[in-house]
Design a protein around this ligand. Sequence first.
Ligand code: TYD
Ligand code: MG
Length: 468
Amino acid sequence: MAKISNIFVCQSCGGVHAKWSGRCDACGEWNTLVEEVTAQNPSSATKRRKSGRALQFTALEGEAKSLPRRVSGIGEFDRVTGGGLVPGSAILVGGDPGIGKSTLLLQAVAKLAGKGHKVAYISGEEATDQVRRRAKRLGLSKAPVALAAETGLGPILDGLMAETPDIVVIDSIQTLWSDALSAAPGTVAQVRACAQELTRFAKKRGCCVILVGHVTKDGQIAGPRVVEHMVDAVLYFEGERSHQFRILRAHKNRFGPTDEIGVFEMGEKGLAEVLNPSALFLDGRGDAASGAAVFAGIEGSRPVLTEIQALVAPSAFGTPRRAVVGWDTGRLAMVLAVIEARGGISFAGKDIYLNVAGGLKINEPAADLAVAAAILSSHYDVALPSDAVVFGEISLSGDVRPVGRADARMKEAAKLGFGRAIAPAPLKSGNSKSSIALPLIAIKTLPQLVDRVESLAERGRDFTAPQD
Ligand code: TYD
Ligand code: MG
């Protein structure tokens, strides 16, 4: 007989507790435990019935079918999904509310529908009229997309069984509820149960299920770990609401690379692909000013140039501020410590602000040298050469280490009109000299960079001049 019991589930990490407490032991979050009622069937949990069928093993070697892909034709979207949607896969698309997830997915499925795929869009958040209005605004009213507004998991699954679409969008997973559970919609139990049912449906019917999930303010999808484990791919749609760029980033992908990004621009007619993100991120860069360095980075398979801005200002408070947008605070502390210890500059009593222009988030350690250059440029109040890009990783010893794909970074910079690269000399092995697209201002250690910026400030000396 089913036994009814109460458990307490953390809404942040999904951890299960027998008793309520103010703090989740698993993830350390406060006030996240919510009571849920579960019906456990002890016979199924403890006793195993004979299945009458033994597991068949097979060799690792053998022919694997190549994955058929459903390509939307929106290049930025297809690249992040690993070359198109895979039948039978489940994808979670997460992002802040209002960032443009519904817009992106409506545009993508409309394109897929135009290519002859059978597509369904189920909205649990908006009425059909609202979705229609958006489609009209995007000029997609004619696309053969089957539309429904529903939040009950039962009717949705029944409808999908009858319709058997190739691709279905569920917007959003947090609005769905299964009547098999008494928990409220949006709780971990409901999100988990609904995501599990839909993933199972995807696998069974060869349908690609795209789940939309809202992200909580600290960057986690509500009920995150449970859903992330269940689906085949997790994509995040991010960006600053005040900027028009949006970045689609693969966080996990069983069918493709996870470091790819797709860049879009939100406009009057929805999201437009940005084919040359560097040009967009550097757009509006004024005349050479102190505190700015152009970083030649790599996002996935593509080089992307961005401007890193720093401001070093006297602090009015006892504890100076360190504010960072678009980069890691811990990494900034490390770069500052290395500049202080190895470069002999003190930032005591100085506020430091760091900003990656355009709303991009940079994760690469290769940005260390660009960050250091921007900070030094602001500290000495002297502009860096405006035709130079910067990249390189700084180690705690103050050495500047070469980073991967230096040739691709320099080629992109040359394409955008830059004439020099401030970077460590690339690794000799494998890289022929001819692949270096720009003249290099080789920086081997952090003190060398400090010397050059200092002599630029004090003597107006050109950055490339040899040091005495
Ligand atoms: P939406 O797709 O509803 O976001 P989400 O599903 O992630 O919550 O996007 C909402 C925002 O996008 C809203 O602030 C308006 C803006 N937007 C445009 O600027 N242009 C457009 O063509 C559309 C459809 C939306
Ligand atoms: Mg939406």
